[in-house]
Design a protein around this ligand. Structure first.
Ligand code: ADP
Ligand code: MG
Length: 243
């Protein structure tokens, strides 16, 4: 579903991704972890073309993201992305937040978009809040609305970049619960997170990127957590700090 082949990227003279290759199959939940500044956000943004790369090739569901011929807005409409900060439109209520892109990007009618949006809002357990404005919701609720908004676009994959790291601790669980459910329903997901509890529970794969943008580990969850002896020294050091 996502194929990253020998990707390298530089910001000016500084190389931030080094010959990265990753294959994510349909239904995989790939957790990406690594130290701050290692290139996790950059890597995940290359998948929907938000960050161009200088070398290598990226394909999502058969569409080559890195080809100049690709219609990136159309591709992005099929790749759901949820960031650390919720980025809802503050002047629109929840229902309007859910419908806007469906109407503007997918050309759906208001009624169709509303029906789809509310179905997704129900899925994240927030139907009672459909008429509220983002400012009236907690951070955890806003992030769940952001997930519902992404799901309303019928994405083939969902990308998450540290979706819980800006939340107060008591709200982390409700957002992870939604993601666990999504994973159980078979959604293909690439998730940058340091929530190793989540990784242990739902990841099919764990990818570790070291500073400098080099992928040091790409293995099954069982191998990653169950065989510490098989891990790279840098991975052990990192896990020692966050676990
Ligand atoms: P992570 O998400 O793992 O913390 P990032 O992908 O955000 O890492 O950043 C990787 C490296 O690229 C860091 O050294 C960061 O300072 C640098 N970087 C990120 N975005 C930019 C940018 N727009 N311009 C220049 N350097 C950047
Ligand atoms: Mg980041």
């Amino acid at each position: 579903m996502i194929k990253i082949e020998n990707v390298s990227k530089w910001y000016g003279p500084v190389q931030v991704l080094r010959d990265c290759s990753v294959n994510i199959d349909k239904g995989d939940v790939a957790v990406v972890c690594g130290p701050s500044g290692s290139g996790k956000s950059t890597l995940i943004k290359t998948v929907n073309g938000l960050e161009p790369v200088q070398k290598g090739r990226i394909t999502v569901d058969g569409t080559e993201v890195t080809s100049p011929m690709t219609n990136l807005p159309r591709l992005r409409s099929r790749v759901g992305m949820v960031f650390q900060h919720f980025e809802l439109f503050p002047h629109l209520d929840v229902t309007e937040n859910l419908t806007l892109a469906q109407v503007k990007v997918l050309g759906r009618s208001q009624d169709e978009a509303r029906a789809r949006g509310l179905k997704m809002l129900d899925r994240v357990g927030l139907m009672a809040h459909k008429d509220k404005f983002p400012g009236q919701l907690s951070g955890g609720q806003q992030q769940r609305v952001a997930i519902a908004r992404a799901l309303s676009m019928d994405p083939v994959v969902m990308l998450f970049d540290e979706p819980t790291s800006a939340l107060d601790p008591e709200m982390v669980g409700e957002v992870l619960d939604v993601m666990v459910k999504l994973a159980a329903e078979g959604m293909t997901m690439m998730v940058v997170t340091h929530e190793m509890g989540f990784a242990r529970k739902v990841a099919s794969r764990v990818i570790f990127i070291d500073v400098g943008g080099r992928i040091l580990e790409d293995c099954s969850k069982d191998e990653f957590f169950g065989n510490p002896e098989g891990r790279q020294p840098r991975t052990k050091e990192f896990l020692g700090k966050i676990l």
